[in-house]
Design a protein around this ligand. Structure first.
Ligand SMILES: Cc1cc2nc3c(=O)[nH]c(=O)nc-3n(C[C@H](O)[C@H](O)[C@H](O)COP(=O)(O)OP(=O)(O)OC[C@H]3O[C@@H](n4cnc5c(N)ncnc54)[C@H](O)[C@@H]3O)c2cc1C
Length: 405
């Protein structure tokens, strides 16, 4: 019997595997894909903090970004920029391969072409069943780590509840020789409730994508048409890839002999949909908790509850505040988004934010609190007929009151 089976060889799964084999456990990774070189529907933007914390190899980085240009629905631009690089745009396929190679190099065994269908937990083992390259597969392990990414049906089958909210996304590779900055487009006509992006990658190439509550493919076609008309995009180089992002965590991310990690657990920033960094952070927490539990052979739900307590201590507030900020943004009309762009520019909030020490690519709870502390911002939002309950969640106060700067 193996010690650990990790279901899913994406960043979160491979990182847990790498950590646990290094600690001396026998780890098998079950990955549906035949080859890790298969395309991934992800833009690959990670913060400098993430690149440093997880020692991401420079060779995997297409380029660094010092900021981004945000476009309002009418085309007004806010340029967020800092002198030092804020984010790395990584080659997402090579990134997956690199993390898997790190785990394999330490001794993790990867079974590629393995589609896991069921994870059955017994008092003394976990039985994992599915197929490997078309042949039935059944293996027994002491504990299972589910790291299957955006896989709502599979995760629901674990009996830990269901992800309460999610959004579909789509992305395509394009030729865009003149694009050097990350561009973000806001507006209900561009990406209803969410946003779209044009992100430069290797020289002359870029990714265009968006998240949208409805018809992402249709909105992508429109966006590509518009970007081509503006001369930003010359041609489309791939078929669109469709995938999704959870906006809320799984109600329970552990059970007897079982933990759920990464996007499968909803460990994703609800503001931007970024899931790589939070997934890796939680993979670390999972590996530490599993190590302590395996060492004393106590893989009870009670013992593994520590994993959830620890990751929620780190990310719980971020996920909550991010989700309510997202709900607020989703309610805004194009006129209201325009107004917010206007206020942010004219009142100096953007300059202040750019200079703020605590402005972070990864930690948005503090930014949300900081922005709501500007009286002018709060007044503008309060005039937008936002439900008091939502305002209270975001500010800790009612519609307009409280202390502001
Ligand atoms: C359009 C789009 C753009 C994004 N851009 C960014 C970005 O710029 N930055 C960022 O941080 N995040 C981004 N994300 C989110 C990011 O891609 C995910 O959060 C990240 O991939 C999660 O890593 P993971 O290891 O949890 O899951 P995944 O990377 O999804 O890996 C899960 C693995 O499990 C395998 N698997 C699934 N089910 C099974 C099964 N039943 N049996 C066996 N194997 C299985 C899959 O094949 C996959 O390899 C984006 C997402 C989308 C949709």
């Amino acid at each position: 019997m193996h010690d650990v089976a990790v279901v899913g060889g994406g960043p979160a799964g491979s990182h847990v595997a790498a950590r646990l084999v290094r600690l001396g456990y026998d780890v098998v990774v079950l990955e549906r894909k035949q080859f890790l070189s298969e395309p991934v529907c992800c833009t690959g933007i990670i913060s400098r903090e993430c690149a440093t914390t997880f020692a991401i190899d420079e060779d995997l980085i297409f380029r660094w970004a010092n900021g981004a240009r945000l476009f309002s629905p009418s085309g007004e631009v806010i340029r967020l920029w800092r002198p030092e690089p804020q984010a790395a745009i990584v080659d997402r396929v090579s990134f997956n391969i690199s993390l898997a190679s790190r785990a394999q190099g330490r001794g993790a065994h990867y079974l590629m072409g393995t589609q896991v269908r069921t994870v059955s937990v017994y008092d003394d083992r976990v039985t994992i069943e599915g197929s490997c390259n078309g042949e039935p597969l059944s293996i027994e392990v002491r504990v299972a780590v589910v790291a299957t990414g955006f896989s709502l049906g599979f995760v629901e089958g674990l009996g830990l509840g269901r992800i309460g909210d999610s959004v579909p996304g789509v992305q395509v590779e394009v030729s865009a020789p003149g694009i050097d900055d990350v561009e973000v487009y806001c507006g209900q006509e561009v990406a209803p409730g969410f946003f779209a992006w044009l992100v430069p990658t290797s020289p002359g190439c870029a990714l265009v994508g968006l998240l949208s509550r409805r018809s992402p493919g249709t909105y992508l076609d429109r966006l590509l048409e518009s970007l081509e008309a503006q001369g930003k995009v010359v041609s489309t180089n791939s078929e669109p890839l469709h995938w999704g992002i959870p906006l809320k965590p799984l109600p329970e991310t552990y059970g007897q002999r079982l933990v759920v990690v990464g996007t499968a657990a909803g460990q994703v920033k609800p503001t931007t949909g970024g899931g790589i960094y939070y997934g890796l952070l939680c993979a670390d927490i999972a590996a530490d908790c599993l190590d302590r539990a395996l060492a004393v052979d106590d893989l009870s739900a009670r013992r593994l509850a520590r994993y959830e307590r620890e990751w929620k201590k780190k990310l719980g507030r971020e996920l909550r505040v991010g989700y309510w900020a997202r709900k607020l943004y989703e309610r805004l009309s194009d006129r209201q988004i325009e107004k917010i762009f206007d206020i942010m520019q004219s009142s100096g909030i953007i300059e202040d934010l750019q200079e703020a020490e605590d402005l972070s690519f990864d930690w948005h709870g503090g930014v949300v609190s900081r922005v709501f502390n500007y009286r002018v911002f709060l007044r503008t939002i309060a005039a937008m007929n936002i439900p008091a309950s939502l305002m209270k969640r975001l500010t800790g106060r009612g519609r307009g009151g409280g202390q502001t700067t």
